[in-house]
Write a protein that binds this ligand. Structure first.
Ligand SMILES: *Cc1c(COP(=O)(O)O)cnc(C)c1O
Length: 581
């Protein structure tokens, strides 16, 4: 048995965490959005907690894409140029993967090591097939994230799942008791584990072979992130037959991956000892989507030291012992001097306004009530809900000391509806500019981790308007709460658990689903609720009852940031998912 490479890890990891994207820092272009940032935050908390984890993902030489906005308000995409060697270390081990259309594909890993607060190191491996000995089409597999057609995606997922397990073995990881699949993209790792456990059977396989799925099941944990049926990766079996070169007959695969298509969620669920959704309500939705399956929930979190604005870091360092190492103690934020909370908030708000001035030339005023909305531009997130009745929104701004709106977000290049939303927001802004001096809007291009940090920390209110129940969890609202920013949101995802009305923020719309309303009526209904809350409580509290506002900021931190973090999340994964009974 090989030794674990000493420059890779100083322990033999028991847990391998697989994710199609992992977001660790802004300039490490291995993520697109929420899923990747969650994976990065998760691994960082593993390091802080001293968990024996190794992360596995793919490298993307051109990242996801960089976004600019043209003068028509349309998203323009360009590939990202970056040099992995600036951030990562190329590992000496190379392996050959033969499962992608039967070709020999060389794979080499890049290493990132995240060091936790007490010095515990978590290695993260990014697999790379862009090697000179590979075919052009195989080299392309690690060019960009979420690009290409179905076949391309399947080949990438073979590289991640099967290549990932093989690579871990090649670098000496033999004691892994838990393979955690963060979403279905990596579910093919189960087939490699199956091959490992049935080595002898495969050579003599025939129709009557009994497959020992239990052995694989005992090694795997699966987390689903998508309450939208269409969001789950599915591959037709004729494509699978042409593309996936494994020694498992399609008949056997159908038993575990679904009869009609190879459904990566079905495969992951069937071959896991524990499965979960990412918020209470998402657990319910997932059980309805996959009846008969035992699906628990663990609500997502954020990595507290990463997402605390510098101004609040200083305040917490001064006043709350152990807040970073154990964010449960952020509960003491409820007892912070109001003047200190407000000063830290104004620091982070000024910081955002400077960024706005620098990148757009717009002058935003830190004294004015500012709402933030930054997230992937996807139809279900309803980025334009706030403009459902523009007259009404302008009226609210005109009747108080003003309203500033900060928007950001990329749309998937193939998502025409999402791109339409970005264009629409820019058109609304043209109209706002013509009609109101008191309502202001900016759209900051190229949303990334750095902008996420600045915006979630630098506005007063974080708005989220998803179409229920499509937001599995959402994490940006947690970043806001950590920085004393109040949430105003539809009761979906984490906010169902996080909203204490008038204490940690406010709800938009009803608790009960309004299935009596069609989409257009529901949008009107939710928008009406949003305007009502702004007018009756958010605006008056901000401008006329600053004392109460700051008290709520303390509650948002004390009640929500102390709970909705990846430290608590990982403690639950250890108890519910990783611990073997
Ligand atoms: C936190 C974060 C997200 C996730 O936000 P949601 O609330 O899930 O929309 C996405 N992108 C970036 C860059 C982030 O920092």
């Amino acid at each position: 048995m090989n030794q674990v490479q000493p420059d890779l890890v100083n322990f033999d990891p028991g847990i391998a965490y697989f994710s199609m994207e992992i977001g660790l820092e802004t300039g490490l272009f291995t993520y697109s959005g929420g899923l990747g940032v969650l994976a990065g935050d998760t691994l960082k908390s593993c390091a802080d907690l001293g968990l024996p984890v190794v992360g596995v993902s793919l490298l993307y030489h051109q990242g996801y894409f960089s976004q600019s906005i043209n003068d028509k308000g349309e998203q323009v995409e360009s590939p990202i140029e970056w040099n992995p060697a600036d951030k990562l270390k190329l590992l000496p081990s190379k392996i050959v993967v033969r499962e992608i259309q039967g070709r020999d594909v060389s794979v080499q890993g890049w290493l990132y090591v995240y060091t936790g607060l007490d010095g515990h190191r978590v290695p993260i491996i990014f697999l790379d097939s862009q090697l000179p000995e590979n075919d052009e089409q195989d080299r392309a597999l690690t060019s960009s994230l979420y690009a290409g057609d179905q076949e391309f995606r399947l080949r990438q997922e073979i590289l991640l799942g099967i290549g990932g397990v093989k690579y871990l073995r090649a670098v000496g990881c033999h004691k892994i008791h838990t393979f955690h699949m963060n979403e279905g993209h990596s579910a093919l790792l189960t087939l490699e584990l199956l091959r490992e456990s049935q080595r002898n059977v495969l050579e003599t396989w025939d129709e009557d072979t009994v497959w020992d799925f239990e052995k694989v099941k005992n090694q795997c944990v699966f987390t689903t992130h998508t309450p939208v049926a269409a969001g789950h990766d599915k591959f037709p079996y004729d494509l699978v037959e042409k593309t996936l070169n494994v020694n498992i007959p399609i008949k056997a695969l159908k038993k575990i991956g679904g009869e009609e298509d190879l459904n990566m969620t079905t495969l992951g669920l069937n071959l896991s000892r524990f499965a979960n959704g990412v918020a209470q309500m998402h657990g319910d939705v997932s059980r309805n989507m996959f009846p008969g399956r035992d699906i628990d929930f663990i609500t997502n979190g954020i990595h507290v030291p990463t997402w605390t604005h510098t101004a609040f870091k200083k305040l917490y360092d001064r006043s709350i012992r152990l807040w970073a190492k154990d964010p449960k103690y952020l509960r003491h934020a409820m007892n912070l001097p109001p003047a200190d909370i407000w000063a830290a908030h104004m620091d982070s708000k000024t910081n955002l306004m400077e960024e706005i001035a620098r990148t757009t030339g717009e002058k935003f005023d830190p004294e004015i009530l500012t709402l933030g909305f930054a997230r992937r531009a996807a139809a279900y997130k309803r980025a334009t809900l706030m403009f459902n009745d523009l007259d009404r929104l302008i009226e609210i701004a005109e009747n108080c000391d003003g309203l500033q709106l900060v928007f950001a977000g990329k749309s998937h290049p193939q998502d025409q509806a999402g791109k339409g939303l970005i264009r629409d927001i820019h058109q609304f802004n043209d109209e706002i500019k013509r009609r109101s001096k008191k309502l202001k809007l900016v759209y900051l291009p190229d949303y990334n981790m750095r902008l996420g940090y600045l915006i979630t920390g630098g506005v007063d209110v974080w708005v989220n308007t998803p179409l229920r129940p499509h937001e599995a969890s959402g994490t940006s609202g947690m970043k806001a709460a950590l920085n004393g920013v109040l949430n105003l949101s539809i009761l979906d995802g984490w906010w169902v658990e996080g909203c204490l009305e008038g204490i940690t923020g406010w709800a938009i719309g009803d608790v009960d689903p309004r299935s009596d309303l069609d989409r257009e009526a529901l949008d009107r209904y939710d928008a009406e609720s949003l305007y009502g809350k702004l007018e009756s409580i958010v605006v008056p509290t901000y401008y006329q009852n600053r004392e109460r506002w700051i008290q709520m900021q303390g509650y948002a931190i004390g009640v929500n940031a102390s709970f909705f973090n990846t430290h608590r999340q990982m403690e639950q994964y250890v108890c519910k998912a990783y611990f073997i009974r």
